[in-house]
Design a protein around this ligand. Structure first.
Ligand SMILES: Nc1ncnc2c1ncn2[C@@H]1O[C@H](COP(=O)(O)OP(=O)(O)OP(=O)(O)O)[C@@H](O)[C@H]1O
Ligand SMILES: [Mg+2]
Length: 327
């Protein structure tokens, strides 16, 4: 495991943004990824930015490398279940992918009654809601309890800065009918892949002592017409993971499960009284280090391999690995 000292030394030189000159590339800066698209090839730089509550909060040392490694690992593991966009990993922080036309929906799979944000199933359940995205929820359930079966709770893809809205299949299809952006057959094809990927992910995670609690998949239409899994898969940014060994005991004692994901940062913000409105308070250095350790631990547990982070200056390294001259 990388030492606290190394992580601390990386705090001032995380990968916060990129400005690569790739000839003919269209640049799109997301909350976490800087994307450069040339024709059917999308070069995705996974930066160290961390977002929660739909805002960028700051950077976490080595986070981009951890996420990229985990996504690449899961894409390889799951390619027989669902085809994905991965072409190559030319640098620890970069994935080259097939550029797709993204479907206007995020396929969220949930296996537990949990969450902290206003879009979570627990938030609604607590307020008396018993039908969530078309699924009936039994009365008398406790927070963090397993749902009778995993449920698909699709959500619309919000424009930059907006919040996603969860809805049932029928509602999503109705929303997309006007624009013609998503038909039922495409939705169902992606939904089936999401369900199969989630079942596989849960089984695989459990072998490593982890519960895959919930996750979000994105899909896109490739130039050859296939529907591919795009973006990231089963990373601690897109998924919630809990330790399995003490889960039951903690729930019985009325404690929160031990989480290995962004929940740690969300809870720190919640403790500061921040819930996503207005500018976020700056991330404390200790929190950035602790978050890095959790990301690394998640990566090592899942992949079963030690994570050896690359501590070279990321900008110079990425340019070299992508064959880009410094301007
Ligand atoms: N292969 C792909 N083809 C097309 N788009 C993709 C592909 N892989 C990922 N994307 C898109 O690229 C973006 C990745 O950047 P990032 O994850 O930082 O964005 P985000 O903040 O989650 O979303 P937003 O686009 O709302 O800013 C997402 O919009 C995602 O849908
Ligand atoms: Mg994203």
């Amino acid at each position: 495991m990388i030492s606290d000292q190394t992580l601390r030394s990386l705090l001032p030189r995380t990968l916060e943004s990129t400005d690569l000159t790739i000839p003919g590339a269209e640049r799109y800066v997301g909350k976490v990824r800087d994307n450069y698209t040339v024709g059917a090839r999308r070069t995705i730089v996974v930066t160290d930015r961390i977002s929660a509550f739909d805002v960028v909060l700051g950077t976490i040392p080595l986070k981009g490398q951890v996420l990229n490694r985990m996504a690449a690992w899961w894409f390889e593991e799951t390619k027989r279940i669902a085809p994905n966009h991965l072409i190559d990993v030319p640098d620890p922080s970069v994935m080259v992918a097939i550029a797709c036309a993204p479907l206007p929906v995020e396929m969220v799979m949930r296996a537990y009654l949990t969450g902290v944000t206003t879009t979570s199933v627990w938030h609604h359940y607590q307020r008396g809601v018993r039908t969530f995205c078309g699924h009936a929820l039994p009365d008398g359930m406790k927070k963090n309890q397993a749902l009778p079966a995993p449920i698909l709770t699709p959500s619309t893809k919000a424009e930059k800065g907006g919040h996603d809205v969860s809805a049932s299949r029928e509602e999503i299809l109705a929303l997309c009918r006007e624009s013609g952006s998503l038909d039922a057959a495409t939705f169902d094809e992606a939904a089936t892949m999401a369900q199969e990927l989630f079942a596989f992910g849960q089984e695989r995670a459990l072998k490593r002592g982890l519960i895959l609690v919930d996750t979000k998949y994105e899909f896109g239409r490739a130039p050859d017409g296939r529907i591919l899994v795009i973006d990231e898969i089963h990373t601690p940014d897109s998924s919630r993971y809990w330790h399995a060994d003490d889960f039951a005991a903690r729930i019985a004692a009325g404690e929160e499960p031990r989480a290995l994901d962004k929940e740690y940062v969300r809870r720190w913000y919640a403790a500061q009284g921040y819930t996503g409105e207005g500018p976020p308070p700056p991330l404390a250095d200790e929190v950035r280090i602790e978050a890095a350790k959790r990301y690394i631990a998640a990566c090592e547990l899942i992949t079963g391999r030690e994570f050896i982070g690359d501590t070279e200056d990321p900008d110079a390294r990425i340019r070299r690995n992508l064959g880009i001259e410094k301007r």
